[in-house]
Design a protein around this ligand. Structure first.
Ligand code: PLP
Length: 398
């Protein structure tokens, strides 16, 4: 018996990843570990390697690593590029900054388009820079699709257009670690060369696996790369994947979970998944507006369906508020990262959540705002409920 007093009911994990893991996925992973070189594994391997493609909306290969999203970032850079290569990166927020810092550590030469973290990518700035690069020194453009530190979702189709308008041959690399399976994403249609993602956000899985969806152009670039690599090497991975296997021990039980997650997303329908997230984003923003509080993101074209970052009034610390919410209502809200530490808290509205999860989340926040004496108006939850009621539809019956 633990000395910790029991907290009844489910913890509300409303951070923008890891997101709550549905019971169905937990049960699917509750399996004996099998021989990853045996015939039973081959079925699982083929099922996930094939099934995951429709989630990225690609016909090409999707490499799966036993690693967090950071590993898949590194894989993208070391496979397709060589030391000294110039990369154009865009400062949407903390995660874009971490990726840029990684590029530096790996001996690449990142150029960073700086911002105030209050919007998504302005594709015109990318187009302008690429047009100036007449020597074609920039080898890749790297952008974060859903910037989890700020709540900005960027328009990857516009980034593609910008690269094309400049007639530039750079690869397009996109981090959709927190966007995949929550916000619409189209690897092939948007001409993305490498899409990086992870398991613990929209895919509703525990942390531990991550992905690179790769285009033919990316594979060709990998052939020319002279960066040393083995664990991350697509060249090592892809021949094994063709037969449903991996060159080294995969995260077998997470792959059982992934197979279940893909089924669940397909049963709901990806478009319905995206619509559900959009609607919850809108309801959350209506609550914030009714509280008289401020969304960190100012540009409504970039509002994220995955999370919303709320700016604290002057003189109030976001982490003090988050602790009040956790201690009173057993809800975890996202902390502010680096530049916005203490200044914002983040509401995750992604993954396996429904209207009542969201109403509970917003209710916990509104009560905690009162307890923490954060200046606000009451009625945020009511505003969200009104919107949800107006837009609610009965679940389709089978
Ligand atoms: C979560 C996240 C990461 C980091 O992934 P880890 O799994 O923590 O390594 C990177 N980029 C974005 C946009 C994220 O949301």
């Amino acid at each position: 018996m633990s000395n910790e007093p029991r907290r009844a009911g489910r913890h509300f994990l409303q951070i923008p990843g890891p997101s709550p893991v549905p019971d169905r996925i937990l049960r699917a992973m509750d399996m004996p570990v099998i021989d990853h070189r045996g015939p039973e594994f081959q079925k699982l391997g083929r099922r996930v390697l094939d099934g995951i493609k429709s989630i990225f909306k690609t016909k090409g290969p999707v490499v799966i690593f036993p690693a967090s999203g950071t590993g898949a970032w590194e894989a993208a850079l070391v496979n397709a590029l060589s030391p000294g290569d110039k990369v154009l990166m865009y400062e949407t927020g903390h995660f874009a900054t971490l990726w840029k810092n990684m590029a530096l550590k790996l001996g690449l030469v990142p150029e960073f388009i700086e911002t105030d973290w209050r919007a998504g990518v302005d594709a015109n700035r990318i187009e302008k820079r690429l047009k100036e690069d007449t020597a074609r020194e920039i080898k890749a453009v790297c952008v974060v699709h859903n910037e989890t530190s700020t709540g900005a979702t960027s328009r990857i189709d516009e980034v593609r257009k910008a690269i094309d308008a400049a007639g530039h041959p750079a690869l397009l690399m996109v981090d959709t670690i927190s966007g995949l399976a929550s916000a619409d994403y189209r690897h092939d249609e948007w001409g993305v060369d490498i899409t990086v993602s992870g398991s613990q956000k929209g895919l509703m899985l525990p942390p531990g696996i991550s992905f690179n969806a790769v285009s033919d152009k990316a594979i060709a670039a990998a052939k020319a790369s002279n960066t040393p690599k083995l664990f991350w090497s697509w060249e090592e991975m892809l021949p094994h994947n063709k037969n449903g296997y991996f060159p080294y021990t995969p995260a077998t039980n997470l792959l059982y979970g992934l197979a279940e997650a893909i089924d669940m997303l397909n049963e709901e329908g990806l478009d319905n998944v995206f619509a559900r997230h959009k609607r919850h984003g809108e309801a959350t923003r209506r609550a914030i507006a009714a509280w008289g509080m401020e969304n960190l993101i100012l540009d409504d074209r970039h509002f994220s369906p995955v999370l919303t970052a709320v700016v604290m009034p002057d003189g109030h610390n976001a982490d003090t508020f988050r602790k009040v919410a956790l201690d009173h209502f057993d809800i975890s809200l996202g902390t502010g990262l680096s530049k916005v530490a203490g200044k914002v808290f983040r509401i995750g509205h992604l993954g396996d959540i429904n209207d009542l999860t969201l109403v509970g989340t917003l209710g916990g926040i509104e009560m905690a705002l009162a307890i923490a004496k954060v200046p606000h108006k009451v009625g945020g939850v009511a505003a969200a409920m009104q919107y949800l009621a107006e837009t609610a539809k009965p679940f389709p019956s089978s």
